[in-house]
Design a binder for this molecule. Structure first.
Ligand code: HSE
Length: 314
């Protein structure tokens, strides 16, 4: 009887976009933190935001300018459910962290609102609404945070107008080590510095790495994953935005990581490592960041997760 619900609260996990070699198309969910969005039905049509609390500071309360608000407006315009949405957003993901904070708010909003509908949408439909929200935040329609936050796990998305989503299996011994330095980096700015063209040799190398990485995941080939876990296009252009990045990456690799790169647009960095190596990799990354004298949050997580879900309703 989901159509009879008056309100629902959804948890939408953080996410790490790009995963080194899949710029804008590959991402994994980071279930250790996330946003909670409560959506209530209102008699009056339209979308309202009654509160934004948590770690994000001041966010736009005009629904058209807010990622979650824009996603719900897109949902209303498309479905016209005959009632309105009022939303309360609890931010658990710092903005400008590279952990998919804007995507999580948009995903949380559409998952919560979906629970109020008499004919709920499939996740793929929700993805399209949430993408409209992400566009407000970063100025572009990229899906590498939205899709893993919604579906969970490591996710590849192909296409924008008619996206196809594929959950990629990850060998179960692999963990993600995530280190978030308390710095703000705007995705919009980190995208604006990128060159519009790519050298042919870099294109070949990056394509091989993406193919190698995906096939390594499917075939449990750790050597292939390690060998192909390198971004030769985006990371070299962005690394100057993150003080100490080359040292942190080198330390992670020396400590046994399969790969280490920038999470989304940064400044969070992540590494993948075997379960037994993950504590040593984390320690190595932390030690290098210590030179920057910046506070850190850190997590070691598994790569399997269920994605955004309704956690309360009434
Ligand atoms: N793929 C996007 C980027 C992710 O790197 O700009 C932003 O979180």
């Amino acid at each position: 009887m989901s159509g009879a619900l008056a309100w629902a609260t959804a948890f939408a996990p953080a996410s790490s976009g790009n995963v080194a070699i899949g710029f804008d198309i590959l991402g994994f969910a980071v279930d250790a933190l996330g946003d909670r969005v409560t959506v209530s039905r209102t008699a009056r049509r339209g979308v309202a935001i009654s509160s934004v609390t948590g770690v994000a500071g001041k966010l736009p309360s005009d629904p058209a300018q807010n990622t979650a608000g824009r996603a719900l407006l897109a949902m209303q315009e498309s479905l016209d459910p005959g009632f309105g949405f009022d939303m309360r957003i609890e931010k658990g993901i710092p903005l400008g962290s590279g952990l998919g904070g804007s995507a999580a708010s948009a995903v949380g909003a559409v998952v919560a609102a979906n629970a109020l509908l008499s004919a709920p949408c499939e996740k793929l439909e929700l993805l399209k609404f949430a993408m409209q929200g992400e566009k407000v935040a970063s100025g572009s329609l990229h899906v590498d945070n939205i899709a893993p936050s919604l579906f969970g796990g490591l996710v590849l998305t192909v296409g924008i107008d008619h996206p196809r989503v594929k959950r990629i299996p990850v060998p179960d011994r692999i963990r993600a080590v995530i280190v978030h330095p308390h710095m703000f980096l705007a995705t919009r700015e980190a995208r604006a510095i990128l060159k519009r063209s790519v050298d042919l040799s870099d294109f070949v190398w990056q394509t091989a790495n993406l193919a190698g990485f995906i096939s390594g995941c499917y075939t449990n080939d750790l050597d292939m994953i390690r060998e192909s876990f390198q971004d030769v296009v985006i990371e070299p252009q962005r690394q100057a935005l993150i003080p100490g990045f080359p040292q942190v990456r080198a330390a992670a690799m020396t400590a046994g990581a399969l790969g280490c790169s920038i999470s989304g647009a940064g400044p969070t960095l992540f590494a993948w490592a075997l379960e037994e190596d993950a504590p040593r990799v984390l320690e190595a990354m932390r030690a290098q960041f210590a030179h920057q004298s910046v506070p850190l949050d850190e997590w070691v997580i598994g790569l399997e997760s269920e994605g955004a879900r309704v956690v309360a309703s009434g």
